[in-house]
Design a protein around this ligand. Sequence first.
Ligand code: MG
Length: 383
Amino acid sequence: MSKVSSVSKSGAAQPSDEMLRNREAALLAPYAMHSVDSRGREYPELPHPYRGPFQRDRDRIVHSAAYRRLSYKTQVFTNEMGDYHRTRLTHTLEVASIARTFGRALRLNEDLIEALALAHDIGHPPFGHAGEDTLNACLQDEGGFNHNSQALRIFRQLEVRYHEFPGLNLSVEVLEGQASRVDKTGHGRPSLLEVQVVDVADSIAYDTHDADDALESGLVSLETLLELPLWSEAADRVLDRRPGMTGDDLRRAVLHELIDSQVSDLLERGMALLAETAPESSTAARQAGIRLEPSRTLAEKKSQLEAFLHDRVYRHPLVMAQRRTAQAELRQMFELFVQRPELLPQKFRQQSEADGLSRSVADYLAGMTDRFIQQEFRRLFAN
Ligand code: MG
């Protein structure tokens, strides 16, 4: 491939590898993951004339069926509970938005960040963690089920988009980033900074929007949330700027403040650490053990909020009742397909010869949206 820019038949200039290298050298920090340093793809492909490798990964994810199905998958609240709250797709977009803010401020590779963020929850089955727990129990003798590992199965095998190879043939860096989500013990070398910012953005997004959705659903009150230090201190800062603010105005302003203050806390620490260590490459940043984490005070306040959300929202009787119904339906569907594999679509029947029947049934069910599995349940268990 030519190393200088070429001119297409239409006359438009096409950037070459060299142009991408120069562009990123000018825009990105030395410790960012530069596209030219990518370790490539499992099935080698020619470079695209005007899209970098991580931009292509991002586009492949957005055009995948598994990504589109996130729009009808539960985050915390099922669609019977209204239309205000987040779905798995809008959660994903909030994560991508916060992660890009980190990426821009730290001069990281935003294409890679966006690919990782848009992909991070793609392996979620219907009914959120309730669905995940049921499939995990159904597959307990066969390695279990985990949404982070499932994403890797989708990327490598389940998504059918290309004649030349199975899956999406994503860059090694995207696959490794997703693989690091499977084992979150934090042992070993830290991930690329682009992977780390998606992790922290995920936590900021769900801690904030799950509380907002719980307020809107009437499961908790603003007064109760304001008993938590993270919320009360954010409200104090809002009221310093806008004395007398109350009700929904206060709630919205506190939500903005919560995201902003958490992002600022992480950026301040991250920027200081990077300035002090000055890693000369993405590899050097990993070798130096740089971890982007909230300060200890913020981490404590976040875990108080998370404990509150766990007890008062995720375990709320209304949410638990829906969880039980969803889990019973999913389990019955699993058992039906295992007993009657002829009901499976041909693709999964064929796949079961290599992967085993239980795993293939789980792959089929995990790919369903909440809406589709409920329709199928009604159809198959009509009597
Ligand atoms: Mg997430």
